[in-house]
Every structure is written in structure tokens, then in C-alpha cells.
Design a protein around this ligand. Structure first.
Ligand SMILES: Cc1ncc(COP(=O)(O)O)c(C=O)c1O
Length: 425
């Protein structure tokens, strides 16, 4: 009988119990056994420098001692209550203090849930139905969010295309799709449709930056047409700056959604807005057509809130964001240097706090233009990085505050090997 490694055994067990052998999130060919600081180890004991950071939450790295202490302090006091609790209230206070558009917040368990409620809230507030979404924008798994998320065939704008089975056709009729960074297209849709409740946008769409003036333009158009502007800050919140993309770019939306970092690695997300908009969640209006029911078993979970609060406290310390950006810049520069040295056409797209290489030289302005000229080249580049101990998603690299100078040296070595691997193809 063949000798399977520990990891292979886990992979085989996963294949038996999960469709496609995995949780649906990431490559099921690797099973993570543990994480510490800037590193993760797989079930075979292979050590990786972690640039996936749990898809964003672990900005401080794994097992930050102060976060663990905060969680351990809360654990014996109770894991979940379904009732208001001090940690959840303190976390809401910290969010309201930090994030410009939030006078009040509501907690949910996942980012996708926050986005679903944000869309519903905009409809409740405006009394309108349609939502303008950008092609390729990611807002979780709700029926609306699955419209034109990653279409493989291109239809004419503003037609919405479902990316998932099981969605009734009527949902597409309530969605208008525009190309990111195209203010003229947005303006035309607003002028032609008087039933638009909101525009929902990632202020940094995946890793495509908003062109100068685009977010300001969206704000001005929303004001002109009395449409709400929703920023999905699940990724950008507490990452681009402490106050998120709205602080970083100086544009305040009407509603924002937050997740990932605010739960410190535990399941917690939120949506926030002015008290006037948030009043739809107020139980005193039950029975009126303005009431929006919202609750969840784990909302405001005290363990998640304790971890999120401590994470945010650490992020507030002097130099956190400049250090994060310095690390990101160093990682960008080492990739540019190596790729330029090998004469490989590329560009680095994103923000210093999350980015990746595109093997293309054309503009990366929207879903259709932000594409690799040669996807196989990207696959080889990422596979070689993995072989040399770099753990990252194939479409994104997240620096963390746990990355050390030694990690950067090892990463540079891996990048040089990865560049060699594609220079040979
Ligand atoms: C911009 C954005 N919105 C929403 C979500 C959904 O968050 P969750 O996976 O917590 O449901 C994600 C997840 O990566 C995201 O990147």
C-alpha cells in the first residue's frame, strides 16, 4: 500500500466529505496545520510566509500575543449571548469613532451578510428598487452580489448576468451593471432610471484602483440624483487607513460595510451609516413599511468583538500604517526589479496594502481590462512562489504587520526564482 503523507491523508478525507474536496475558498491541495506571526505551516510541516492572511483579517499576523490575551480573558466569561454585551458595545464605539460615515452600526457574522443588508437598507430608505453595481465588484454571495461578479462572456452594459445557478431571473431585472471607473456610464444610467436606490462599490475594486476623481464623481452623482452610495469596505476598512478607504480617499459614502479586520480573525462583520438611515432597524417602527428586520444568532459575539477591539487598538499605535505601507512597497519593488531585469512585461496593480502583478501592459481600469495577457504565465509564477515558501492567493498579495526583514529576504529569493521560471517559458 502506498505511503501517504499526513497532508495527503487529510486531502483524501476532505475529498470524501466536501464537493471539490474543499471549503470552496482556496486551493484544496494544501491543508494548513497552524499559523504563527507571519508564517503558516501545512500538515506536512512545510513552512510558508503568509501573504494570504486568512483572506485579509490577520493584519497583525497569526496569534498576536495581545489578541490572544484579550480572547483568553473573554473566553471563561462567556462565548456568545445573543444579548447586548460590553465588548460588542465597545467595538461599535470604536468603529463609530474611526469610520467617517458611521454614526451607528449593526453587527452581522459575515461580510456578505453585511452587504446584503446594506442593499436592503438602501431600498428601505429610498423606497426604490434598483441597485447599480460594477462589473467584477465582489460583495459576497447574495443573489444581487452574484450579478456580473466574474462573467465569462461579455454582454452589453447595463445587463446583469448571474454568476451562480439558483437565482430567479427577476433579480437581474433589479440590477444595473456598469464598468468600474466609467463615470459617464454611471451618469447615463442615473439619468435614465429613476428607480435606483444605491450604487454599491468597492472603493478599490479587487486590486483595481479608482481613477483620480472617480469616487468623488460617484459621490457627486449620488447627491445629484438622491441615490445612496454604499462603500463595501470589507477589505479596505482598517487596512488602507485606520478609517478605511473613506479616510484614505477622502470620500464619505452613505452606508459602508466592514468585516475581516474588525473581527480579529473571528466571524464578525458590520454595516454602518447615519442614525437617520439606520433608523430602519429600530424596533419601535415594527409594523410600518419602513421597518427592516435584522438579527443573527452570533451578532456582536463577545469573543470576536474582544479580538477585533484589541486588533484595532494595536493598529492605532504610532507608525502601524506607515510600516504596513513600507512592507507593501518593498514587496512591490522587489517584484518590479526582478521582472524588469528579466524584461517581462507586467504592472503592479492595487494599493501598497494589497496588490498583485498583472502580466499585461494595458490599463487596468475595470473588470474587462484587468486581465493577464497570458494567464498560464501567472499560474507558473504563483506555483513557483508556492514551491519556494510563499503562501498567497493567485490574484492578490496581502502584506501584514508581522512580516520581518528576514521574511522579506526570503520572499525576494522566491520572487527571483519565480521570475526565472516564467522567463524560461
Ligand atoms: C469586498 C468584499 N466584500 C464582501 C466580502 C464577503 O465577505 P465574507 O467572506 O466575510 O462574507 C468579501 C470577501 O472577501 C470582500 O472581499
Amino acid at each position: 500500500m502506498q505511503n501517504l503523507s499526513t497532508q495527503d491523508e487529510w486531502i483524501a478525507r476532505a475529498r470524501a466529505v466536501f464537493p471539490a474536496g474543499g471549503f470552496g475558498n482556496f486551493d484544496p491541495g494544501i491543508i494548513i496545520a497552524r499559523g504563527e506571526g507571519s508564517h503558516v505551516w501545512d500538515e506536512n510541516g512545510t513552512d510558508y510566509i503568509d501573504y494570504l492572511i486568512g483572506s485579509g483579517p490577520m493584519l497583525l499576523g497569526h496569534g498576536h500575543p495581545e489578541v490572544i490575551e484579550a480572547v483568553l480573558e473573554q473566553l471563561p466569561k462567556g462565548m456568545t449571548f445573543f444579548a447586548n454585551n460590553a465588548k460588542g458595545i465597545e467595538l461599535a464605539e470604536a468603529i463609530v469613532e474611526a469610520v467617517p460615515c458611521c454614526e451607528q452600526v449593526r453587527f452581522v457574522t459575515s461580510g456578505g451578510e453585511a452587504d446584503m443588508y446594506a442593499i436592503r437598507l438602501a431600498r428601505a430608505y429610498t423606497g426604490r428598487n434598483k441597485i447599480l453595481k460594477f462589473e467584477g465588484g465582489y460583495h459576497g454571495m447574495s443573489a444581487e452580489a452574484q450579478m456580473s461578479l466574474a462573467p465569462t462572456t461579455h454582454v452589453n452594459f447595463p445587463q446583469a448576468v448571474p454568476d451562480s445557478a439558483g437565482i430567479p431571473p427577476g433579480v437581474a431585472d433589479q440590477m444595473l451593471i456598469a464598468p468600474f471607473n466609467d463615470l459617464a456610464a454611471v451618469e447615463m444610467l442615473l439619468a435614465e432610471n429613476d428607480d435606483i436606490a444605491a450604487i454599491i462599490a468597492e472603493p478599490l475594486q479587487r486590486i483595481i484602483p479608482a481613477a483620480p476623481g472617480f469616487l468623488q464623481g460617484l459621490r457627486a452623482l449620488c447627491d445629484r440624483y438622491s441615490v445612496l452610495l454604499i462603500f463595501d469596505e470589507i477589505v479596505t476598512g482598517f487596512r488602507l487607513a485606520y478609517g478605511g478607504a473613506q479616510e484614505h480617499y477622502g470620500v464619505t459614502p452613505d452606508i459602508c460595510t466592514l468585516g475581516k479586520i474588525i473581527g480579529g480573525g473571528f466571524p464578525l462583520a458590520a454595516l454602518g451609516a447615519s442614525a437617520e438611515i439606520m433608523r430602519h432597524f429600530d424596533k419601535s417602527i415594527v409594523g410600518t413599511d419602513k421597518w427592516l428586520m435584522q438579527l443573527g444568532t452570533l451578532s456582536g459575539n463577545p469573543i470576536a468583538a474582544a479580538a477585533g477591539l484589541k486588533t484595532m487598538e494595536i493598529l492605532r499605535r504610532d507608525g502601524s500604517y506607515s510600516r504596513l505601507r513600507e512592507t507593501g512597497r518593498a514587496l512591490q519593488q522587489m517584484q518590479s526589479r526582478a521582472l524588469e531585469g528579466a524584461g517581462i512585461a507586467h504592472q503592479i496593480c492595487g494599493d501598497e496594502t494589497l496588490f498583485d502583478v498583472f502580466f499585461t501592459t494595458g490599463p487596468c481600469r475595470d473588470y474587462r481590462s484587468a486581465k493577464h495577457d497570458d494567464p498560464a504565465r501567472n499560474a507558473t509564477y504563483n506555483a513557483t512562489l508556492r514551491q519556494h515558501g510563499i503562501f498567497k492567493s493567485p490574484g492578490k498579495l496581502y502584506p501584514s504587520l508581522a512580516i520581518t526583514p528576514v521574511d522579506l529576504e526570503k520572499t525576494e529569493y522566491a520572487i527571483e526564482r519565480a521570475v526565472q521560471s516564467i522567463a524560461l517559458t
